[in-house]
Design a protein around this ligand. Structure first.
Ligand SMILES: [Zn+2]
Length: 326
């Protein structure tokens, strides 16, 4: 089954980089897979509007084709009863991918938010878990650099397939947090753990923890320690709610972590005109807020964005407690 789905196999020793292979895949899939061609074409008509919030800007993207993902039911029963759309045997017949380390398939996202938007799906149906794949996450970011950034949505805060392990990739620098996290005026150095520097961002309307290192093993250890400390502090046994972005270049990795308290804001569950269809995952909490409904795109203002970010983000004191454990 898997062989039929392989467009190319990534070989780290080859002169073709993983991002080049992924772009070749996208080019080929655009001509061979109608759904993807339509998805890419409709991306050309999306509109973006800047909303100046207190201390940061958010960018609303009116993107009607994201309705399926934004409004997706992700409760345990729905997930159990639906056919998993990331399982190899359920992929559309025209869909193919780049095989990565015999374990993941890099696939084109048929409802893209960016010109180059990939889903990186495990070839097995195993649960979404960052702790099991922290090392792969870092290596993947390096292999896809400098063109692409990899991101992860936790099973309870944004993953639309919480039962099937996957990452996504976006063009580096297009999610606003990637630029904002580089601004020295925002960064507060909270400490140094061996080869890993740890920062938070001030006046940003939601909690962000940034880990940077040239050493992969140290960074992986620091990430796992952070998750473990968060699990203890927020008192959960399962994976604590996290969205994480990872990029590499030119010499070091950067992890941008959003510790979350809640998946969807209360306004998501309202009825009629009061309902706002915003379901924050990594891209949205990263500052590019997808609104599939035109009404929301036109009416959402700074106060609402500030309110939503604050509502779904872990409190400052809780994040401080987690950091004090490290
Ligand atoms: Zn699956």
């Amino acid at each position: 089954m898997i062989n039929e789905k392989v467009f190319a196999v990534y070989d780290r020793g080859s002169s073709t980089s993983l991002s080049e292979l992924s772009f070749q895949l996208l080019g080929a899939q655009r001509t061979s897979w109608a759904q993807l061609a339509e998805g890419c074409a409709s991306l050309a008509s999306v509109v973006v509007r800047e909303v100046k919030c207190n201390g940061f800007s958010a960018f609303l993207q009116f993107n009607p084709q994201r309705i399926v993902s934004t409004a997706a039911k992700v409760d345990a029963q729905t997930i159990r009863e639906r056919k998993c759309f990331l399982c190899v045997e359920n992929l559309p017949s025209a869909q193919k991918g780049v095989l990565y380390i015999d374990e993941f398939l890099i696939l084109c996202n048929p409802a893209p938010i960016f010109n180059n938007h990939f889903t990186i799906s495990n070839i097995k149906h195993i649960p979404q878990s960052i702790e099991s794949f922290a090392g792969t996450f870092l290596q993947l970011a390096k292999d896809l650099s400098p063109a692409l950034t990899v991101f992860y949505n936790g099973p309870k805060c944004g993953a639309s397939a919480p039962d099937h392990m996957h990452f996504q990739a976006s063009p580096t620098g297009v999610i606003p947090i990637e630029r904002d996290a580089s601004e020295s005026s925002r960064r507060i150095l909270k400490g140094q753990q061996g080869a890993v520097a740890l920062y938070t961002l001030k006046n940003y309307g939601r909690q962000v923890v940034v880990l940077e290192s040239e050493d992969k093993q140290s960074l992986e250890t620091a990430l796992l320690k952070f998750i473990s400390a968060m699990r203890t502090i927020v008192y959960v046994t399962e994976e604590p709610m996290l969205n994480i972005l990872c990029s590499y270049g030119p010499h070091e990795w950067r992890l941008i972590i959003f510790p979350r308290k809640k998946h969807r804001p209360d306004v998501f569950f309202k009825e009629g005109n009061e309902k706002i269809l915003i379901s924050p995952a990594a891209i949205d909490i990263g500052g590019l807020v997808v609104t599939p409904m035109e009404k929301d795109f036109n009416t959402v203002d700074a106060r609402m964005i500030e309110g939503i970010f604050n509502e779904v983000s872990l409190e400052t004191e809780t994040v401080e407690s987690i950091l004090s454990q490290l």
